[in-house]
Ligand binder design. Structure first.
Ligand code: 13P
Ligand code: SF4
Length: 317
């Protein structure tokens, strides 16, 4: 169904635009956010793009429309900036599958391993890691570490995806997963393919092995945009969080998008209403203890030293 703004939403959008100017604020928005939020966003992207934007943004305040670890990443990367998240309980079930204490214990078991930490993790877990990565640069990051062994946390699906492409490393996956991507099944995808035989399948690397194996492309959320824009194909089946195809349909109305998807309710906790509230009250501010922030920053810094924006697409093997 086509997405249409209501009259109330249009009023709210106009008020938010005025408030942004008054407050010298920018709104950074993840691809999975509600489509009406795209209308007030200064930038929409995947985790890596949002990290880069957070680092270079010149404003007084960032209103981060995404989940908590994303807003926290912005605060790690740009400490002089006030970063607020409209819904303070917008968490990430995957990031909650590891604690810094549990990671410290695992590090004792594998003292010779590099710790590569997916960005979907808390600042405290990043602070215990050697280097950070996102879905769009995980392969490059793992390939680049000098260690033979890599303790990859917290997503086992992304770890397995990386392990297949970097066979020279021994990857020890943490037993975490994204429940939203875990429940996307290869059976549903094959049924969708039967209905749309000409469509290319695009999957997120958080999907399980059997889903990734039948995908034509395995890419980050912004990688999905890029693949669909650059491909000569005109039909795509995207398997990831349901919000993704809203952005694809909005920016590529000439192409057809189908989806085998599941909703991340945490991603949907930000609304136009609480964004307006966040701009007025300047709440909820992300505060990270400085010793933790400095260590987490180092993990990001190593990631930026490695990752190049040119290497963002991984074709499924
Ligand atoms: P991306 O970095 O690909 O946008 O992924 C973030 C995420 O949380 C996927 O579930
Ligand atoms: Fe976390 Fe999964 Fe939601 Fe992404 S989709 S924010 S990994 S719970």
């Amino acid at each position: 169904m086509e997405f249409v703004l209501t009259a109330e939403q249009k009023d709210l959008i106009a008020r938010i635009q005025r408030l942004k100017e008054e407050k010298q604020a920018v709104i950074l928005c993840h691809n999975y956010q509600r489509p009406e939020i795209y209308e007030v966003a200064d930038f929409i992207g995947d985790s890596l793009e949002l990290c880069r934007k957070a680092q270079t943004t010149r404003a007084r305040m960032i209103v981060f429309s995404g989940v908590y670890f994303m807003a926290e990443s912005a605060a790690i990367l740009n400490p002089s900036m006030k970063v607020v998240i409209p819904a303070k309980d917008a968490g990430c079930a995957l990031s909650d599958m590891i604690t810094p204490e549990a990671l410290r214990r695992k590090k004792y078991e594998y003292p010779d391993a590099a710790v590569v930490c997916y960005v979907n993790s808390t600042a405290a877990v990043k602070a215990e890691s050697d280097v950070c990565c996102t879905s769009s640069n995980a392969v490059d990051v793992v390939r680049s570490v000098p260690h033979k062994r890599v303790l990859f946390v917290p997503d086992k699906n992304l770890a397995n995806f990386v392990a297949k492409q970097v066979p020279e490393k021994e990857i020890i996956p943490w037993d975490g997963f994204c429940p939203i991507h875990q429940r996307l099944s290869a059976d549903y995808l094959l049924r969708a393919k039967q209905l749309h035989p000409n469509a290319k399948i695009i999957a997120h690397p958080e999907c399980t092995d059997d889903v990734r194996e039948i995908a034509d492309y395995v890419v980050s959320t912004s990688g999905m945009m890029k693949v669909a824009k650059e491909s000569e194909a005109t039909e795509f089946i995207c398997t990831t969080e349901c919000g993704m195809i809203q952005r694809m349909k909005r920016e590529m109305p000439e192409k057809k998008f189908y989806t085998v998807c599941s909703v991340c309710f945490d991603m949907k906790k930000n609304t136009l209403e609480n964004i307006e509230e966040a701009l007025i009250s300047e709440q909820h501010e992300i505060i990270i203890p400085e010793p933790v922030r400095i260590k987490a920053y180092r993990a990001f810094e190593r990631m930026f030293e490695i990752s190049s924006p040119k290497k963002q697409i991984f074709v499924a093997v």
